[in-house]
Design a binder for this molecule. Structure first.
Ligand code: FES
Ligand SMILES: [Fe+2]
Length: 412
């Protein structure tokens, strides 16, 4: 293991002025179907009816969700353990159980075969066959599933704290990108002033600043990387200067970019919102503060709300993105306002219009060509290395090289 880890640590420079050093290309060491020993958001509780259940695919696994006797959503493999028929083509003929359409093997929420309708009440297979059950927990209407082979970790260390706080309201939107999951998190870099320059909410502010070199992140928790100096309780939004001309001269072009500064005609109208946001607090713990979290979570503290994008590999070429919008309304009227605002405009502004622009960098790009990285790409390198530092990948590398895995490697 030492050999590979050594090469990994040479792949990147933390200096803001020097381009990162290129050692080995570590992209290929990251699993195409993501990390497994983690909780992931699977589907919304309301998507699972009592009679039919729902098919879903996560991390390459074909899964089936149905409602168990307890009323909770249960997730099992979609392959019937008898002879592999697809459970989503069957029905829940009895409340709390799923029955395979082929020979009638019927399973309860623990995966036990409790009846075989095709063979009759005396079937010898009852109690002898078990369907694989993936552990689940339902929080604020979202069903989370443990995709690991090991024992699930305590959900409070695998699912953001917003889902456990009764004062926090969480709304969500789901989308899919036709690309692998790996590039979807690699976008703390110089893309903002290009890809997002004409998002509606970016148009309300002066043209985005040009970069002056990326800053290395800090690993502050087993699953969290954050910007150095970031306050976990405050908005990371900055008040933008509406007076300075954003145009800069590029000598190689003998021209200025951006081409013009028309935004000065309207940005002054919105600068009060910048100032207001910068004063607001949204307290978070160090474990669940803003930044990047394994297995594929990005969080941004806007002071008035918390943005979370959680990436879920579906197949090697398809990724599901959950957008969670968390706020702390003080009363019922506040909750109503948040719901109406999110439904009518907030979700569109923040997610559909702005955040979805990032999909271009994943979908319309080759991810196997040689890279020439700049200091701005230091975050991307750090994130890749952070993924590789996950205990399950360290253990896999140790096993491949015939070494004992680190003691804690099987967990977290
Ligand atoms: S394959 Fe499912 S009952 Fe036979
Ligand atoms: Fe972006």
């Amino acid at each position: 293991m030492a050999a590979i880890d050594e090469q990994i640590t040479t792949n990147g420079s933390s200096s803001p002025t020097e381009p990162p050093r290129v050692g080995v290309d570590i992209r290929s060491l990251i699993p195409k179907l993501g990390l497994r020993e983690y909780w992931y958001p699977a589907l919304l509780d309301k998507e699972v009816s009592a009679k039919k259940g729902a098919y879903l695919k996560l991390l390459g696994d074909d899964l089936f969700a149905f409602r168990g006797k307890s009323g909770n959503v249960v997730i099992t493999s979609n392959a019937c353990p008898h002879r592999g028929a697809m459970l989503d083509h069957g029905n829940c003929l009895f409340p709390g159980f799923v029955t395979c359409f082929y020979h009638g093997y019927t399973f309860d929420e623990h995966g036990e075969c409790v009846a075989v309708l095709g063979e009759g009440p005396d079937s010898p297979m009852v109690g002898r066959v078990k369907a694989k059950i993936y552990p689940t927990v339902t929080l604020k209407g979202v069903v989370f599933v443990w995709m690991g082979n090991g024992e699930p970790i305590d959900p409070v260390h695998g699912i953001p704290e917003d889902f456990f706080d009764p004062d926090v309201m969480v709304m969500s939107w789901i989308n899919h990108w036709e690309s692998n999951w790996r590039p979807t998190m690699e976008n703390i870099d110089a893309h903002y002033a290009m890809i997002h320059k004409n998002a509606v909410r970016v148009l309300m502010r002066p043209f985005p600043n040009f970069g002056r070199g990326g800053r290395p992140y800090q690993i502050v928790q087993p699953h969290r990387m954050k910007q150095p100096g970031m306050d976990d309780n405050r908005s990371s939004s900055r008040v933008r200067d509406t007076n300075t001309d954003p145009q800069e001269y590029f000598p190689g072009l003998d021209a200025k970019w951006p081409h013009h500064n028309y935004r000065r005609y309207w940005t002054w109208m919105f600068s009060w919102a910048d100032r207001r946001r910068a004063r607001m607090n949204y307290p978070l713990t160090e474990e669940w503060g803003a930044g990047h979290h394994l297995p594929g979570i990005f969080r941004q503290n806007y002071g008035c709300k918390l943005f979370t994008r959680w990436i879920m590999p579906v197949t090697e070429t398809r990724t599901r993105l959950w957008y969670f919008h968390a706020t702390r309304p003080g009363n019922a009227l506040g909750r109503l306002y948040e719901r109406v605002h999110f439904t009518l405009i907030g979700n569109w502004l923040a997610n559909k219009n702005f955040s979805e622009q990032d999909s271009k960098g994943s979908v319309y790009a080759y991810h196997n060509t040689r890279e020439h990285l700049s200091p701005w790409d230091v975050h991307t390198l750090m994130w890749r290395k952070f993924i590789l530092s996950s205990p399950e990948l360290r253990a896999a590398r140790a096993a491949a090289e015939g070494e004992q895995p680190p003691v804690e490697a099987a967990r977290r």
